[in-house]
Design a binder for this molecule. Structure first.
Ligand code: NDP
Length: 240
């Protein structure tokens, strides 16, 4: 029977590619998004994948939405925590709001979604969770104390939850993408982006599909021995 997969931030960029890859592989896919109705509508028209609007940084709204998804489609067996934002600025200029928005959306969201699915995954003795981190959570980045803290938090969160899930058939892994050609990266000034690309040994930005194929690999039934790992997909930009 097809498994239900929920992809947060699934209507654009990396999330869209993940949704499409999962759908093509036979999963029943549900996407989430935060506020861009136009992009979500176009996504559903393109892919025929339903999109649910809820703010993943809001614990109660996330729980209600996941309860609704469970009622409509069945229990979420595959969860991809992909929703994320940037609110860049150097520390001495960063407001509390910039800090908090990124921590809540990129990190607290992982607690919110996982908390909503974990009881059922434990009861069913099966679950696949993939959290999207970042090279900037591994290496740090100028002007991104908020983003680097949130993404590096994701890597610790992944390992701790992997330990808890291991005896229950639940795997929890992270992917740390390097720079991928999406709206998020297109917002970086062109001169800065050129300098970034010059530091990528493969000589190009990643494609959303480069990340999606790895998500597909990690959520497979046969990937049950892979847990607590971080897969770095960055064109050789950062190796450790
Ligand atoms: P995009 O900006 O292209 O898309 C972000 C998605 O997240 C959108 O669907 C957006 O919804 C959704 N989203 C944002 N905030 C919320 C929220 N509060 N609640 C629900 N959904 C929300 O991002 P990318 O595809 O570039 O990035 C995807 C993930 O990969 C992020 O976690 C990012 O940090 C990470 N990443 C990206 C890299 C890159 O180079 N692109 C590199 C490393 C990591 P809406 O359309 O409604 O705004």
């Amino acid at each position: 029977m097809s498994k239900v997969a929920l992809v947060t931030g699934g209507t654009r960029g990396i999330g869209e590619a993940v949704c499409v890859a999962l759908k093509d592989a036979g999963y029943i896919v549900v996407a989430n998004y935060g506020g861009n109705d136009e992009a979500a509508k176009a996504f559903t028209e393109r892919t025929a994948i339903p999109a649910f609007k809820f703010d993943v940084s809001d614990f109660n709204k996330t729980k209600s939405a996941i309860d609704q998804i469970t009622e409509d489609f069945g229990p979420v067996e595959v969860l991809v925590n992909n929703a994320g934002i940037t609110r860049d600025g150097t520390m001495h200029r960063m407001s509390f709001e910039q800090w908090d928005a990124v921590i809540q959306t990129n990190l607290a969201s992982c607690f919110n979604t996982c908390r909503a699915v974990i009881d059922t995954m434990r009861a069913n003795q099966f679950g696949r969770i993939v959290n999207i981190g970042s090279v900037n959570g591994q290496a740090g980045q100028y002007g991104q104390v908020n983003y680097a803290a949130a993404k590096s938090g994701i890597h610790g969160f992944t390992k701790a939850l992997a330990l808890e899930g291991a005896g229950k058939g639940i795997t929890v892994n992270a992917i740390a993408p390097g720079y991928v050609d999406t709206d998020m990266v297109r917002a970086v000034p062109e001169e800065v982006l050129k300098k970034i690309i010059a530091t990528i040994p493969v000589g190009r930005l990643g494609k959303p599909e480069d990340i999606a194929r790895s998500v597909l690999f990690l959520v497979g039934d046969e990937a049950g021995f892979i847990t607590g790992s971080t897969l770095s997909i960055n064109g050789g930009q950062h190796m450790y």
